[in-house]
Design a protein around this ligand. Structure first.
Ligand code: KG4
Length: 335
């Protein structure tokens, strides 16, 4: 008998639902993005996000079922993100999933959002061989995670302040580029010189695999303020390229150190920033030098979606790792 998982994701500003059969057959993957709503504020407004999730969650779930050509009765289990994320946003998905699990008398599976991002890799490549290393870089996270086996996560390093995506978004806002900033900086950087402006790289103390991007962000803001005060012309493409190179170099350096330390042969990338062209090419190049290959999910599965939650849920289902109906949203949920 096949296993049909309904995945639900509402941790930030995307209301998403997906239907996944047997861990690989993605029947539907619906994402209702709130980007347009939050754009005018230059970032996600938590209260607005919760309200939008409330409006969207049921229609998005129904659309996912329709598109998959199934009804509620065909679902084997429902998997939902219960953290980390915005508490009001998470609560909407968790409440919807609990209601379905209770009404249909099917298992409820709680999924960590980071576990979901990592699982996006297994959708297209269920046979990836362990041990694996994953660089998770998104709007809320910059994490290096070692996976000796499936379902086992050993965090090696994390951001101490701004996440990589957050730094992209804040710098883009200061440059007047708009929101979300990552793809806009990525595009602009292609026309610029990454060596034009020397920005600091925060490698932190010897051997640390943690990240810190707030110093770099301040350096860019100071550069902009100074140039504007002195009425100097700013080459935005050079600025974007130099900032991006500073982020990417640190991410890549630490990922390679971790890969060698853990003796992995495959490095996975996950999260919205994994879409970054500069990051992909430098990581691939440096990984090849140490005999590693780099894999990443297709672009639409790098950013927040429910297919990745359904996929993580599928492997938890196989392990019988179910959540009670008292499952609560945990905004600071560790991996
Ligand atoms: O994974 P995601 O949808 O959200 C979180 O779980 O946080 O990632 C969104 C983040 C945003 O900060 C966005 O600016 C960044 O990913 N992003 C990028 C690119 N595409 C999206 N950053 C750099 N380069 C890109 N091409």
């Amino acid at each position: 008998m096949s296993i049909t998982i309904l995945g639900v994701e509402t941790s930030c500003d995307e209301t998403a639902a997906a239907v996944l059969v047997d861990g690989v057959e993605l029947r539907s993957n619906i994402v209702a993005s709130q980007v347009e709503v939050h754009k005018k504020f230059g970032g996600v407004v938590p209260e607005v996000a919760s309200r939008k999730h409330l409006e969207n969650v049921n229609p998005v779930i129904m659309e996912a079922l329709d598109k998959a050509g199934i009804t509620l009765r065909d679902i084997t289990a429902v998997a939902v993100t219960y953290g980390p994320g915005l508490v009001g946003a998470l609560l909407v998905g968790v409440a919807a999933a609990k209601a379905l699990a209770y009404a249909l008398d099917i298992p409820l599976i709680g999924v960590n959002h980071l576990e979901g991002h990592i699982a996006a890799n297994f959708l297209a490549r269920p046979d990836l061989e362990f041990p694996l290393l994953c660089l998770v870089v998104s709007g809320g996270h910059s994490d290096l995670v070692y996976m000796p086996h499936r379902g086992v996560y050993q965090p090696l390093g994390r951001t101490r302040d701004d996440a990589a995506g957050e730094a992209f978004d804040k710098v883009a806002r200061a440059m007047g580029l708009g929101y979300p900033g990552g793809p806009l900086i990525d595009k602009l950087a292609r026309q610029g010189d990454p060596e034009a402006i020397k920005f600091p790289r925060a490698f932190l103390e010897e051997g640390s695999l943690d990240f810190s991007f707030s110093g770099l962000k301040s350096a860019v803001l100071n550069y902009l303020n100074r140039a504007r005060m002195l009425n100097e012309e700013i080459n935005m493409a050079d600025l974007a390229a130099s900032f991006q190179r500073a982020v990417v170099e640190v991410l890549v350096d630490k990922t390679i150190v971790a890969a060698e330390r853990c003796e992995v042969k495959t490095i996975m990338m996950a999260g919205g920033v994994a879409a970054n062209g500069g990051l992909r090419s430098l990581l691939e190049q440096r990984a090849a030098d140490v005999g590693c290959r780099v894999v990443y999910p297709p672009l639409n599965l790098c950013t927040d979606n429910a297919a990745m939650i359904a996929c993580a849920g599928y492997y938890k289902f196989l392990r019988g790792d179910f959540a009670p109906l008292t499952l609560n949203a945990i905004p600071g949920l560790p991996l």
